[in-house]
Design a protein around this ligand. Structure first.
Ligand SMILES: [Zn+2]
Length: 364
């Protein structure tokens, strides 16, 4: 695919996704006002359809109906960028494919809960002024949010975690990452991420897009055999907000596992330089950095890497690499990825290959 055409199609999908979120928010308000983004997305798509000599989707109801259909039905030429069998919108939210596309192509502000982003900014500012105290606090903050055992907790535990920060802002932000979860007795505990499963059409599902279900085949558990939570009857229970579960907890699990594996051989730090990377490995003469990327499809990781600034790309050629956790890779993942990004010269490894290369000193 020509680069300009790829950029155009990515932009087109991105515009539809933002419009869908705005449309949903507008529909929830008492007085419906059509968001400009929705009109803009429809116009862009209609222009594209005419250019492709296809009948344009005219009117909001026709447009919204198409967004629930597989992308191949209304944008078949985006096949290399977006799973053609997936819709953009599913179960009253972005589809899983759409979520991953946004993580690759959008800005974190558009999908992440603001709490985590605010804490990064805050800790970076103070780290510059005061040094490592905020680095340590940031690592603790992120580690709480990446721990399956803290995904659903009692009020007492939440209080204890908040108290572990001396800084008032961090205390508040930690609390803001959780929401009351009064229905915990009807839920089950996800065997992967520890968050709450809900029952839908006779099956237990994790989160709006059932993200952990995809990992079942890699592990020996099943969401359908999950246990209930074991709090005592009158406990006030809290859980991570859905956005934190999706964008911090889920990727945080392999980040911590990889860091723990490395830590058995090397001195390792988590989220070095207040989250500029996921892991820093202290080797004899330098620190080598790792960014763990949990994209289920290599297409999205390719999109993510293609969008990095030249300065960041340079780091991933010399002092850092991307590592894809074993549960996210499949046969041909790396080959497909390399075929998209071969000109960029950045280093990308599967988790298990990464350990091997590191041991042999082949990374640098
Ligand atoms: Zn889960």
């Amino acid at each position: 695919m020509e680069i300009y055409e790829q950029d155009h199609l990515q932009e087109l999908i991105y515009t539809q996704l933002l419009a869908l979120k705005k449309f949903q928010i507008a529909l929830q308000k008492d007085e419906f006002i059509m968001p400009d983004e929705v009109m803009h997305a429809q116009r862009q798509l209609a222009r594209h359809a005419l250019m492709m000599e296809r009948e344009p989707l005219v009117g909001t109801s026709v447009w919204a109906a198409a967004m629930l259909q597989p992308v191949e039905k209304w944008l078949p030429e985006a096949e290399a960028l977006f799973d053609p069998a997936a819709p953009l919108w599913e179960n009253n939210g972005w589809s899983r494919e759409a979520e991953e596309f946004m993580q690759a192509f959008g800005n974190p502000e558009e999908y992440q809960e603001q709490t985590v982003a605010k804490v990064v900014t805050y800790c970076r500012e103070f780290q510059e002024l005061e040094g490592d105290r905020f680095q340590e606090a940031y690592v603790r903050f992120r580690s709480f949010l990446s721990d399956p055992n803290r995904a659903v907790i009692s009020e007492d535990e939440l209080n204890k975690m908040a108290k572990s920060f001396s800084d008032e802002f961090l205390k508040q932000q930690l609390r803001a990452c959780y929401e009351p979860f009064p229905d915990w007795k009807e839920a089950r505990k996800c065997p992967y991420c520890g968050w709450s499963l809900h029952h839908q059409n006779g099956l237990w599902r994790c989160g709006q897009t059932n993200i952990c279900f995809q990992l079942e085949k890699r592990f020996s558990w099943s969401l359908q055999a999950a246990s209930p939570f074991d709090f005592s009857d009158d406990t006030h229970v809290y859980r991570l907000r859905p956005g934190i579960q999706r964008y911090t907890l889920i990727p945080g699990i392999p980040e911590h596992r990889i860091a723990a594996t490395l830590a058995s051989t090397y001195p390792v730090e988590l989220y070095p330089k207040v989250d500029r990377f996921d892991i820093g490995i202290h080797l004899a003469n330098q620190v080598y950095y790792v960014d763990v990327k949990c994209f289920r499809r290599s297409t999205h990781l390719a999109t993510y890497i293609e969008q990095l600034e030249e300065e960041e790309l340079e780091t991933f050629r010399t002092d850092a690499c991307f590592v894809i956790p074993d549960e996210y890779t499949y046969e041909g993942y790396i080959q497909h990825l390399q075929s998209r990004i071969k000109g960029l010269g950045v280093k990308v490894y599967r988790e298990r290959d990464f350990y091997r290369h590191l041991k042999r000193g082949e990374l640098l």
